[in-house]
Design a protein around this ligand. Structure first.
Ligand SMILES: *[C@@H]1O[C@H](CO)[C@@H](O)[C@H](O)[C@H]1NC(C)=O
Ligand SMILES: *[C@@H]1O[C@H](CO)[C@@H](O)[C@H](O)[C@H]1NC(C)=O
Ligand SMILES: CC(=O)N[C@H]1CO[C@H](CO)[C@@H](O)[C@@H]1O
Length: 326
């Protein structure tokens, strides 16, 4: 018999909206599987701890058979202890009228502190997913402050954009969602991202991209890019159910592996698609299981795509430079 599999999983921002949707996905086994037992470690800021206590009570009341223990609090040096997986959902949100520089300053402070704590107390084998925006830059800062954990173990989420893109293609082609595969989201998780349908397949056959090129170069891209804003406009809150679901999908496929081409933001090393190193950039990846992934290289980049990739790269570079002034 295999020895029992146990993961210590931390979720930051656990008292927030995304946390509330994410905890049941993780705790029920949807994310890591029904055979993986869990120690849950939930963090939020001090002013949210009372609320977090309520979330912990509810998590206990769900009586999830996989959950061996739950701890919660606001001190990352306590909560991050021995973490195998870190899901960073908590950040400083962009408030109305806030400049990007202020947003970066606030988040740099949080992710520096959390990176240091992770470095001190987490497992050196810890795997990281950053969800909190600006996710790519937050991920880069976290990694910089956490040299004990290899760079390849840091990722940021573009899976929500990826899943949004799959859904738009399914609607456009009147296909079943499960039959649509292999889109790519390049770059930053923001309105400069480039959702790329050129290699998409439906039931294993190439999508008729050329036959509907105006759409795939136009409305398709802008719909995916602006989907987050459209949801805020309609719902009055930012995406949380779908963000939690995407975080769970990202971790599930990273852990178990997948046949599909997926999108993940990773720390670039300058060897893929002429993207500079030292950026957290979303690439097409193949997840091979046990939290291993490789960039899918060799895809053709036409002028249209390169121009879009240049835009998103430039923005990330500017933002990294802002973050480094701290
Ligand atoms: C990257 O995306 C995040 C999240 O949407 C956003 O806050 C940030 O400003 C973007 N960065 C750039 C450089 O566009
Ligand atoms: C993309 O950026 C590179 C380097 O900055 C530049 O040489 C190239 O001409 C740009 N390509 C397009 C299509 O904008
Ligand atoms: C993707 C991946 O798992 N990368 C590395 C994470 O860290 C461990 C060691 O701490 C490495 O063995 C993995 O290759």
């Amino acid at each position: 018999m295999d020895s029992e599999k146990i993961l210590t999983v931390i979720i930051t921002g656990a008292a927030g909206q995304i946390g509330y949707s994410l905890i049941p996905l993780v705790a029920s086994g949807q994310t890591f599987g029904k055979d993986v037992k869990l120690h849950l470690r939930l963090l939020d800021i001090e002013s949210q701890v009372e609320k977090l206590k309520g979330v912990v009570m509810e998590t206990q009341d769900c009586a999830f058979p996989l959950v061996l223990s739950i701890e919660y609090g606001y001190d990352p040096e306590v909560i991050f202890k021995d973490a195998d997986v870190g899901i960073f959902v908590g950040g400083f949100p962009r408030l109305k009228g806030m400049e990007r520089k202020d947003l970066i300053d606030k988040n740099v402070k949080i992710f520096k502190e959390q990176g240091k704590a992770l470095n001190e107390v987490a497992s050196p084998n810890c795997k990281v997913l950053v969800v909190a925006n600006p996710a790519n830059t937050n991920c880069l800062i976290l990694s910089k402050n956490c040299p004990n954990i290899p760079k390849e173990n840091f990722t940021a989420m573009t899976r929500l954009d990826h899943d949004r893109a799959l859904n738009q293609i399914a609607l456009r082609t009147e296909s079943r969602l499960e039959d649509v595969k292999n889109v790519i989201v390049w770059g930053n998780h923001s309105s400069t991202q480039y959702p790329d349908a050129r290699f998409a397949t439906i039931k294993g056959e190439s999508l008729d991209y050329k036959g509907d090129e105006d759409y795939y170069k136009g409305d398709f891209i802008s719909t995916v890019q602006k989907r987050g804003a459209a949801i805020i406009e309609a719902r009055g809150f930012s995406s949380s159910m779908s963000a939690a679901n995407a975080a769970s999908n990202h971790l599930r496929d990273w852990y178990h592996g997948s046949e599909d081409m997926l999108s993940m933001s990773i720390l670039s090393d300058g060897t893929h698609y002429d993207i500079d190193d030292n950026l957290c950039f979303s690439f097409p990846v193949k997840c091979t299981g046990d939290f291993k992934h490789e960039v899918i290289d060799g895809l053709d980049i036409d002028d249209f795509s390169r121009e879009k990739m240049n835009i998103t790269q430039k923005e990330l570079t500017d933002e990294r430079d802002l973050g480094e002034e701290q």
